[in-house]
Design a protein around this ligand. Structure first.
Ligand code: 5GP
Length: 193
């Protein structure tokens, strides 16, 4: 999506450790008009899928997922990061290692909100090593529901998450794919799509 690539080029800041900061339009201040364009594009890309639910993970996926959901006219469920893992069987749970915070979170979704008849689109802001998306897929599969695909705003193609998910047959659509970025020059190279 050209407008997203242009915005990343204009306002993205490349940090050491392969981290892209996009706080001015995506991760802190949010450009809702841009989110709306992203929603329209995901709707076009997944038009052939019988999606009835969107799943994301707190916190930074929630804003995008809510705007995307308006284009699909479906509810959003967000996986919650929790300290105390609930063992009473009312939740699906998994462990997700945060790429940016370098720690492992227990993540839960109530069994009330994903069921076997659901056809789920996963939405997230970034795809790096794929740990977050894999955790969400695991919980959808535990529920016996169907993963229709994964919609990502920014995929860092120099990390292997996206490639491995596609190799496993998961449909992954990323609106901008970065092939490389340099924290000394700030240069970002996007993959032609
Ligand atoms: P993964 O689990 O694929 O390794 O990382 C994806 C998660 O880590 C996303 O939910 C996102 O919040 C965060 N993340 C990964 N890479 C970046 C990055 O370069 N910049 C920002 N802002 N978040 C990132």
């Amino acid at each position: 999506m050209k407008s997203l690539e242009e915005r990343i080029r204009k306002d993205g800041v490349v940090k050491a450790g392969n981290v892209l900061k996009v706080d001015s339009f995506l991760n802190h201040q949010m450009d809702v008009e841009l989110f709306n364009e992203m929603g329209k594009e995901f709707k076009r890309l997944f038009a052939d899928c019988p999606i009835n639910k969107i799943l994301t993970i707190e916190a930074s996926g929630i804003g995008i997922a809510c705007i995307v959901a308006q284009h699909f006219h479906v509810p959003v469920v967000f996986a919650k990061k929790t300290q105390s893992i609930n063992i009473d069987g009312e939740v699906y749970s998994t462990k997700i290692e945060s790429f940016t915070h370098k720690r492992v979170y227990d993540v839960i979704v109530s069994k009330k909100y994903i069921s076997p008849e659901d056809h789920v689109l996963i939405i997230d802001d970034f795809l790096a090593n794929g740990c977050a998306v894999r955790g969400l897929i695991e919980m959808i599969q535990s529920a016996g529901a169907t993963v229709e695909g994964v919609g990502i705003a920014i995929e860092k193609g120099q990390q292997s998450g996206g490639r491995m998910l596609r190799e496993d047959g998961i449909r992954v659509e990323s609106l901008a794919i970065i092939d490389s970025m340099d924290d000394t020059t700030g240069e970002i190279i996007f993959r032609e799509q």
